[in-house]
Write a protein that binds this ligand. Structure first.
Ligand code: NAD
Length: 375
């Protein structure tokens, strides 16, 4: 069994495995091939990989000789592991062209962002590990851009009031942003359509602001669902009133497979104080702010709107450490003790993440989207 790790390239600093993840695979007689300089942006040298038991190789060699290829971002056309297994983060619900290509090239693909959100799957849950990093880093970026302190200060030079932070969406990223903002001494308010998160917000020291009458769908597996128009109107007023009082708004609200809800409108931005910062972590799925541009910073009426869609790449060493653990935990489900492949499609983690196999699209939600697009 040979596992290959490709270099990400572009603006991506993370890598799928660090040297510390190699020994547990080598112990199972697995050969690990790492593309030259794949770990350099994550502070891992080629030499450290070799010392850990891996071999450094070219991309071409890895694509030709690996049974399983690991890549964080979806493969480009020149990185397709035709006829082999690919473990990646494919966003298949928003990336149907790629899914069709993978099926046509007979790639057996697994997408770790499709992991079921169950207790057993927590060890492979890249959505949670990366959201934890994003939520933390977003607050640090906001604090560094804000022309104010986060905490309250009382000194002989006067009293500084603490900054007010509004967090939209209390999933994994939002709760981490709340915890980090509180550690820095800010006053934090949080809004989410799911009333179930109120207790978690309060236990972390945040104030939960809410709108009556939200729709909670237990069949959505804990995720948010689309709300009624009346609810959306009340929600818009509430968010406008609180955002215009905030120094920082951190947006994390998303609905899987759909465009992110617009929660901060142009008029709200125009009513915010000069110097305020909006961090839009939902930028990758359209953004929660009407003025967000993905992966750009927009300055509108002296309000800075940061649309970074990949904060984890800004903390590549620890992001790769967590990702590598998620990847190796996933590999453990498909490799036996002797290092042989054992794909068990009765396992809900294997079947839930499998996107293409034997030239066909396996995931029902992706199939539905494709048949809708083609109709
Ligand atoms: P997410 O990234 O899908 O969404 C972030 C948050 O945005 C969610 O809390 C959602 O309710 C909220 N949101 C959506 N629309 C909104 C709107 N219009 N206004 C305000 N907020 C809005 O969330 P996530 O962090 O991936 O977590 C999703 C669910 O999965 C949660 O219930 C979480 O507890 C659960 N989860 C389970 C596990 C596990 O058991 N393995 C691990 C992590 C998360």
């Amino acid at each position: 069994m040979t596992i290959g790790v490709l270099r990400e390239g572009g603006k991506e600093n993370r890598v799928a495995l660090l040297p510390e993840h190699i020994p547990s695979l080598v112990e199972k007689n697995v050969t690990v091939l790492i593309e030259t300089d794949a770990g350099s942006s994550s502070c891992a040298s080629n030499l450290e990989y070799v010392d850990a038991g891996a071999a450094i190789q070219t991309r071409e060699f890895i694509l030709e000789n690996s049974d399983i290829v690991l890549k964080i971002n979806p493969p480009r056309d020149d990185e397709m592991p035709a006829g082999r297994i690919l473990v990646s983060i494919l966003s298949p619900l928003n990336n149907t062209t790629l899914v069709k290509k993978l099926a046509a090239l007979n790639v057996t693909s697994f997408s770790l962002d499709m992991i079921p959100r169950t207790s057993r799957a927590q060890a492979v849950d890249i959505l949670s590990s990366m959201a934890t990093i994003a939520g933390y880093k977003a607050v640090l970026v906001a604090a560094s851009k804000l022309p104010n302190f986060f905490p309250m200060f009382m000194s002989a030079s006067g009293t500084i009031r603490p900054s007010k932070i509004l967090i939209l969406g209390a999933g994994v990223a939002g709760l981490q942003s709340l915890a980090t903002s509180k550690k820095l001494g800010a006053v934090v308010e949080v809004f989410d359509v799911r009333p179930a998160v109120k207790e978690e917000v309060m236990s972390l020291g945040g104030k939960f602001i809410e709108v009556e009458g939200s729709k909670d769908d237990s069949s959505a597996g804990g995720y948010a669902v689309e709300q009624t128009d009346e609810y959306k109107k009340k929600q818009a007023e509430l968010i406008h009133n609180h955002a215009t009082q905030a120094n920082v708004v951190i947006c994390t609200a998303q609905i899987p497979g759909k465009k992110a809800p617009i929660l901060i409108h142009r008029a709200t931005v125009e009513s915010m104080s000069p110097g305020s910062v909006i961090i839009d972590m939902a930028a990758g799925s359209g953004g929660n702010c009407e003025l967000t541009i993905k992966d750009e910073t927009v300055l509108h009426n002296q309000v800075r709107i940061i649309g970074n869609s990949n904060f984890p790449s800004k903390m590549p060493a620890d992001a790769s450490k967590m990702l590598g653990k998620n990847f190796t935990n996933f590999l453990e489900l498909m490799i036996d003790e002797e290092g042989n492949l054992k794909l068990d499609f009765e396992d809900e983690i294997i079947s839930g993440t499998c996107i293409t196999r034997n030239g066909e699209i396996m995931n029902e939600r992706v199939k539905e989207i494709i048949s809708f697009e083609d109709s």
